[in-house]
Design a protein around this ligand. Sequence first.
Ligand code: ZN
Ligand code: ZN
Length: 354
Amino acid sequence: MKKRIKKLWQLLDAAADGMLITSPENVRYLCGFSGTEGTILLTRQEGFFLTDGRYTTQAREQVRQLTVITFREKYRELGRLIRKLRIRNLGFEARHLTVAELQDLEKETMPMTLKPCTVVLDQLRMVKDASEIVLLRKAACIAAQSLQEVLPIIRPGVREMDVACEFEYCMKKNGGEGAAFQIIVASGYRAALPHGVASLKKIAAGEAVVIDYGTMYRGYASDETRTIFVGRPTARQKKIYHIVREAHDRAIAAVRPGKTLKMIDAAARGYIEKQGFKNYFNHGTGHGVGLAVHEPPRVSYLADGAVAAGMVITIEPGIYIPGWGGVRIEDTVVVRARGCEIITPGDKHLLSVA
Ligand code: ZN
Ligand code: ZN
């Protein structure tokens, strides 16, 4: 944890002499606290963790390197500390702090300067350390094992929602801490919705079912998608599946330190475009995964920057044809010195059930 706080100050450089951390993911990353009410106030010399009475005991157990303070009124206590520490320029998480919270903070801390920080905090968690990769891998294994347990119930007449419920149950039973996001089970025409969360629609014979699932494990998320056919796929379904699979494999082959996010996106997108489906792949190729299921970097034609060893990203191209359906294949990979390693263990051969 000390190392991580040091990394934050290196990234911040001279931009601020105090830093306020408020998002649960960054709080957990920097001090290990897993509850929902926690705020960190840092200077270069000192660190404080503020919480309310519900979490005093938990904070004493989990937060070892910061001084734990239980507050009655958060912003009053923060104002008192900030004055005592003589902080002049306080950085804050501009992507997380609400306008109302900022106003509360301003009331207590005037005339100090508040500095919105985004770029620094976007970078903070991008490169994972070995202990984080262990947890991400474990989360991915729990989810993949759960898919195997859910497959037998996918058959004509079963509702998408039933598949999603079974999935959540299996992931928890297998050691997960609950779904990392609302599980997507999108069958038939609904598979054309890239984010078609499970509905009451019944799965029918001949349909493709896009299942996008992930679990949390000790705070870390997994994210994986498989497309499964109910019965024998048609020639068109097969063709589109193989195009998406090839695009997915090409993007994965493109991942190595120094490759730009645009180039990785182009490896998948270029192939899909060449096959004539330019207008049917309408989202980015992937995103970072860690304490949050979607975090920087974005693997997209709009993104700047390159990948570095230790980053964990998804590769998830898809083709979505309104009225017909869709296919997506998603894996999560760790960027390694010479390429990448897939940590989502599931098979990607065309799979048909029932
Ligand atoms: Zn996903
Ligand atoms: Zn994803």
